[in-house]
Ligand binder design. Sequence first.
Ligand code: PGA
Length: 267
Amino acid sequence: MTAQTAAGRTPLIAGNWKLNLDHLQAIAFVQKLAWTLKDARHDFGAVEVAVFPPFTDLRSVQTLVSSDDLPIRFGGQDCSEHDSGAYTGEISAAFLAALDCRYVIVGHSERRQYHGETDEQLAGKIAAAHRHGVVPVLCVGETAEDLETHGPSAVPVAQLRAALAGVVAGQEIVVAYEPVWAIGSGQAATSDQAQQVCAALRATLVEVLGEEASAATRILYGGSVKAANVAGFMAQPDIDGALVGGASLQLEEFASIVRYQKHVGTV
Ligand code: PGA
């Protein structure tokens, strides 16, 4: 049985490991995570749990998850817009699919900022993911400057609209609203602020993909999510999960975020 949000969407708690944990550390971490949540099998039934390790860990994580039949999904932190060819250093969505990756993060603000990824490129990456049956987790979010200049929703909505250029209704996508000023800062958005932007993102999904596709699409909040604030986000009608960075590397904290329903009423 899978619990769902009030709107009928399966919650997704995703851990973005960034540039942390090599393949041996990844094996140990995923084993412990599965063990920590094992006494509460219902946790896995109630919430979809996914981890996003570095590329070099993926084969090890795949082997562990499949041999022990662990109910943990995993994905890449990025993919190329190309399927193959002379693109040194790139990883194809086809390769991720071959490793059973269910998801791939596209357009994380650190990729936009440090690698100059453009909205156009990101639309290409989303198309590449869809070509190979991998679900893109598109990150959008405004910087502190954007917030001051354009208000809370304008930049994330524009980023979403641009990234959706080639997407049609029926192609699964997950959207992660991650205000850049909240990432790694310890300063999360309030749940009301996050809801306001996520509602604007959902309205954009309705406009571009239609009512039905929008209703089926999960929107996550990311940016300094912790066990202490996750329930507040999850209570919002347009927030269906969390993309967790720093706290996803702390086993107990991440397990506690997965069990966000236990914190309901505490925030
Ligand atoms: P954080 O990172 O949870 O450490 O703020 C979130 C992210 O970058 O996805």
